[in-house]
Design a protein around this ligand. Structure first.
Ligand code: NAP
Length: 480
């Protein structure tokens, strides 16, 4: 049984209460490690350590800070195989995906922001002969980051890297469901020589230590990624305290396939966009709208590929579809499949729990599920399922495609598949989402603004947006 520890003031230590939670391997359903159930005493310890570390870290030259973060990125890159394996065990995702996406992006995030901070600048506004304004952008101080289980180290580093690069000190809480890679990461921080107290990692449940972080008066900003309901709760706590808040929340993303798309590559990419990470990526396209002339042909090709996805042990290199992250999450996904049937949907493929032979016999596997015959208004098409479930529906023209796509409370990401570029640009303007992909999906440039509109969030991460979030602008007006 592995024991996970908190990371406070540069030390790996158990929670002060000595209370631990069980951590389950999704592919087997077995408990394989224990994680700290941190409390407010642990938080006070972490805040004191962060406070002590702040003057030196925020006052350090940008080059020195960037050098330390680059060393950390190197350590993460060197450990990428170990991290990918740990992520596959902890989360249930295929190890090939964990290597190509999760551990790759963890080091890329840190390297990117280590460089970005050396290029960051602030504005000045001339008042002609009267004077000049210039903007100072200083670190906020102690900031909190709270991240989810679907891309554990990827999203954890996506937050802490810009926060640290901008000169803040951080109290970070990974998801209690997938704590392992953040724990391994804390060891890499020690190896890379990150000064003590600059980053503190507290493990435990959201309702306890997560809520305590949001409530703490000395933590001045919160960067959160997770579900919309949790985001609402966080905002209700943080807003009256006037904390800076970045919320990256849920989605119900539409995929628009037009008759003039590149058929083969579109089918490939739309399968990937619906089922990568077992559909547990906030950007996955779970509502697939297909222009009527190719609806039947597309459906047939799509189903063929979906049925070919290799479901198996996440630790096998050939596996394409692993386990869902937990029993409660699997139960939720299965309950949505039942709901879809009650709402009149026809399950074209999948729709059930899978029992594998051998090591993974009791794991949380659900087959990739495709449903048709449901209207936009039903719960299956309105609520985020966050699993391997998508719906298909035909449309007849551009206007109908846009109105179907925009017809939920969410607005995170969408993709458009067509060779008519003028249509693609027109639709990109009309689609009410933070991210529009044209003939691609999950193609990422870390300099671009990332985030959603409507119930999918407030604020943007990525590039300069993240550095702006993690700094406080101050205008200085000088009269000549
Ligand atoms: P979640 O239940 O909202 O949890 C997210 C994080 O918040 C976890 O670390 C959780 O801790 C913590 N938390 C829970 N209650 C809290 C509270 N009262 N105060 C402070 N922290 C609290 O989301 P999830 O199930 O982990 O992740 C799936 C959701 O994330 C989906 O809705 C998905 O769309 C969304 N997501 C969005 C993006 C994006 O960029 N927009 C990216 C990835 C995922 P515990 O795990 O310990 O409960």
């Amino acid at each position: 049984m592995q024991i996970i520890n908190n990371f406070i003031d540069g030390e790996l230590i158990p929670p002060s209460s000595q209370q631990f939670l069980e951590n389950v391997e999704p592919a087997t359903g077995n408990v394989y490690s224990q994680i700290p159930e941190s409390n407010r005493d642990d938080l006070s310890h972490a805040v004191a350590a962060a406070k002590k570390a702040l003057p030196e870290w925020s006052g350090m030259s940008i080059e020195d800070r960037a050098r330390i973060l680059t060393r950390l990125a190197d350590e993460v890159e060197n450990a990428s195989d170990e991290l990918a394996k740990a992520e596959a065990i902890d989360n249930g995702k295929p190890i090939s995906l964990a290597k190509a996406v999760d551990s790759y992006r963890a080091s890329a995030n840190i390297r990117f922001f280590a460089q970005a901070i050396t290029q960051f600048s602030s504005e000045s506004h001339s008042m002609g002969n009267e004077g000049i304004n210039y903007t100072l952008r200083d670190p906020i101080g102690i900031v909190g980051t709270i991240s989810p289980w679907n891309l554990p180290l990827y999203l954890f580093t996506w937050k802490i890297a810009p926060a640290l690069a901008a000169g803040n000190v951080v109290i970070a809480k990974p998801s209690e469901v997938t704590p392992m890679t953040a724990f391994l990461f804390s060891k890499l921080c020690v190896k890379a020589g990150l000064p003590r107290g600059v980053l503190n990692i507290l493990h435990g449940s959201g309702g306890n230590i997560g809520q305590a972080i949001v409530e703490h008066p000395e933590i001045k900003a919160i960067s959160f990624t997770g579900g919309t309901a949790t985001g609402k709760k966080l905002a209700a706590t943080a807003a009256p305290m006037f904390k800076k808040l970045s919320l990256e929340l849920g989605g119900k993303n539409p995929t628009l396939v037009f008759a003039d798309c590149d058929f083969e590559s579109t089918v490939n990419q739309v399968v990937r966009s619906a089922f990568a990470n077992q559909g547990q990526i906030c950007l996955c396209g779970s509502r697939i709208y297909i222009e009527r002339p190719i609806y039947e042909k597309f459906k047939e090709a799509f189903l063929r590929q979906v049925e070919d996805l290799k479901i198996g042990d996440p630790l096998e290199l050939s596996t394409q579809h692993g386990a869902l992250v937990s029993q409660p999450h699997m139960d939720k996904v299965l309950s949505y499949i039942e709901l879809a049937k009650k709402e009149g949907g026809q399950v074209l493929t999948g729709g059930e729990r899978i029992t594998l032979k051998g090591r993974c016999e009791t794991g949380f596997f659900v087959s990739p599920t495709v449903i048709e015959g449901l209207p936009l208004s039903c719960r299956t098409n309105q609520e985020e399922i966050f699993g391997p479930v998508c719906t298909l529906q035909p449309f007849d023209n551009d206007d109908e495609a846009v109105s179907l796509a925009n017809g939920t409370e969410y607005g995170l990401a969408t993709s458009v598949w067509s060779n008519n570029l003028s249509r693609c640009h027109r639709l990109a303007k009309q689609l009410d989402f933070g991210i529009v992909w044209i003939n691609c999906w999950l193609q990422r440039d870390l300099r671009t603004p990332f985030g959603g509109v409507k119930a999918s969030g407030v604020g943007r991460e990525g590039g300069l947006e993240a550095l702006r979030f993690f700094t406080e602008p101050k205008n200085v007006c000088v009269k000549y």
